[in-house]
Design a protein around this ligand. Structure first.
Ligand code: NAD
Length: 353
């Protein structure tokens, strides 16, 4: 198993160091893991003048999976758009054809109080949102603003090919199969032709997965159900725009941005795994960052790229045990609770492994 390690900027290197400790334990216990590191984002721009230098891209292409930290920082905000650190993620997604974004929203019972919803609604929540990344209104043509001031027209086009829909729906079914075998396909077929095609294809594919229960839901209803009864869902599969919005809504259910991992996968299960949060420049270098999203990203990698669910569960259980022992970084501590450092949290996970 070859893992490309790309820590990036801000808190990236601090939280990555903790995930690497976890890799070391897995390796010690017999998994044959090779790692190689590369600069990415602002760090790569500083050293090589580009956020995604050729050597970094080559490593991503050669590796079986990429463990990515976070990129960005205020010092890069005035650079030309194509040189900004965030371009590195878009470049990796495009060049490696990572078309399926998996974002779990899991609420560890120990942290149910951190949600803005009542704890009984979210305690034990464990849902997965799958978002298509290459199609939809973000890429569709035509797109333009035309006309004179006072009469301007803005146009974007929802565009999906059958092949794009098919491959993401398959990811939805396969993911549901590895979980609780329920898939909810999100669309807006009542008003959009492209979404009627989405639903038709989901229905067509369903007989290939007789063990998975397929349900359809209009996106407006899904947005409502996510706050009303989020535990209704196991896996949700969405187009690019609806997935963008619903996955952010779902992440707020958990109450902590420092806890949530994500994956972007290609058709063969190769993937880029990263926390959903950014580089947190406000706390970088202070030893205050929560490393758990990074560590849980590694667990996702074990499950979805390397097909090692036992290794994934082992890491997740170590995280759970660590939270159970009362350890809290600043982002998940309640008022008055003692706060630990990034390193202390990582060390505790390693001890619990
Ligand atoms: P952010 O996610 O970096 O931070 C938002 C807030 O959450 C901050 O208060 C931060 O301290 C806190 N936070 C985030 N992660 C944390 C962690 N692990 N532990 C404790 N607290 C944590 O979002 P932002 O401030 O809007 O963006 C900062 C930079 O990150 C920007 O340059 C942005 O473009 C970039 N960004 C990168 C990615 C990525 O690398 N995938 C994603 C989002 C934003």
């Amino acid at each position: 198993m070859k893992i490309a390690v790309m820590a990036g900027d801000g808190i990236g290197p601090e939280i990555m160091a903790e995930a690497v400790k976890v890799i070391d334990v897995l390796r010690r216990d017999g998994l044959k893991i090779e790692t190689e590191s590369a600069l990415v984002g602002g760090a790569a721009y500083d050293a090589h003048g580009h956020p995604l230098p050729p050597a970094t891209l080559k490593l991503a292409q050669e590796a079986d999976a990429v463990l990515f930290g976070s990129v960005g920082g205020p010092q890069y905000d005035t650079l030309a758009r194509e040189l900004r650190p965030e371009k590195a993620i878009l470049g990796l997604r495009k060049e490696c054809d990572f078309f399926a974004n998996l974002r779990p929203a899991t609420v560890f019972p120990e942290l149910a109080e951190a949600s803005s919803l009542k704890s009984e609604i979210v305690a034990g929540l464990d849902l997965m949102i799958i978002r298509e990344l290459t199609g939809d209104i973000y890429f569709g043509e035509p797109r333009s603003v035309t006309g004179e001031k006072g009469n301007r027209v803005g146009i974007n086009t929802m565009h999906y090919t059958e092949a794009q829909i098919r491959r993401i729906i398959h990811v939805g079914f396969k993911t549901a199969r590895q979980r609780n075998k329920r898939l909810c396909s999100i669309d807006k077929m009542n008003v959009l032709e492209a979404m009627q095609l989405w639903r038709d294809i989901a229905i067509e594919i369903a007989p290939e997965y007789p063990d998975v229960k397929l349900e359809h839901m209009l996106v407006d209803n899904a947005a409502m159900q996510l706050v009303r009864n989020p535990k209704h869902f196991d896996v949700m599969v969405c187009g690019n725009m609806f997935g963008d919005i619903l996955s952010d809504e779902a992440s707020m259910l958990t109450g902590s941005i420092g806890m949530l991992p994500s994956a972007s996968l290609d058709a063969n299960g190769k993937g880029l795994y990263e926390p959903i949060h950014g580089s947190a420049p406000d706390i970088a270098g202070k030893g205050a960052a929560n490393p758990l999203a990074q560590i849980l990203s590694l667990a996702m990698m074990m499950r979805y790229t390397f097909n090692l669910p036992e290794a994934a569960t082992r890491i997740e259980n170590a995280v759970r045990k660590t939270l159970g022992s009362g350890l809290r970084t600043g982002d998940i501590a309640r008022k008055g609770e003692k706060v630990c450092t990034t390193t202390a949290m990582g060390d505790a996970v390693v001890a619990n492994l």
